[in-house]
Design a protein around this ligand. Sequence first.
Ligand code: IPE
Ligand code: IPE
Ligand code: MG
Length: 235
Amino acid sequence: MVIPQHVAIILDGNGRWAKSKGMPRNYGHVRGAKNLEVICEDAYNMGIKYLTVYLFSTENWKRSKDEVDALMKLFRSYTKTCIKTARDNNMKVRVLGDPTALDQDLQESLKQLVETSKDNTGLNFQIAINYGSRDEIVRAIRKVAADCRDGKLAPEDITEEKFSGYLDTAGVPDPDLLIRTSGEQRLSNYLMWQLAYTEFYFTDVPWPAFTKEDLKKAIEKYNSRERRYGGIKEE
Ligand code: IPE
Ligand code: IPE
Ligand code: MG
């Protein structure tokens, strides 16, 4: 079985999973964050080199204040745990999204996470937090425009490759496989540039219940597909 080099996940369904158990949505988020630690390790042991997960979208600020506050609290503790996990598991962490809207202390922790893990050579783990693809593209365009204004870049020299280097994912190869849990079949503003040729896999399993077996199923399905611009059938 060919293992995709880069897997991106929209981890969805925390709230519905909790509701089905008669629990509050926030319980679903806590269990979802725990599951992320497990799947991260499973993914690496299976040979996946890059894992990119969607933790909080630019649209998620529209949720109730209680839920947003609980999520931010969870991200604080998750980031702290991740600093240790990255060290223990040799994981290199990158943060996608615009951190400036996050509380100062969370921004600092995220910076520390990226900084302390930058030389690690194990799993490349990207966490998208206050991330939106449109926002990412607009921020990239601003940087491109500033470089053109400052004479560092000529408009005619802008290529797809060069533009990619202005995105939050600069240096990260495009995903081979996208997984969205919990039944919805939409992108919700996730990695729209990077997913141009990615295989999509949708499952009804909600994120907190998603296991290594489910990940294997997604990879098996990926293997059964004929990829025009992927590496899979060429080997
Ligand atoms: C995914 O679960 C986690 C985040 C978006 C933060 P949801 O919170 O979207 O759960 P559902 O989709 O409402 O069940
Ligand atoms: C997408 O899930 C964002 C994350 C998983 C962080 P949502 O649950 O927020 O997306 P919609 O609202 O169903 O499109
Ligand atoms: Mg959802």
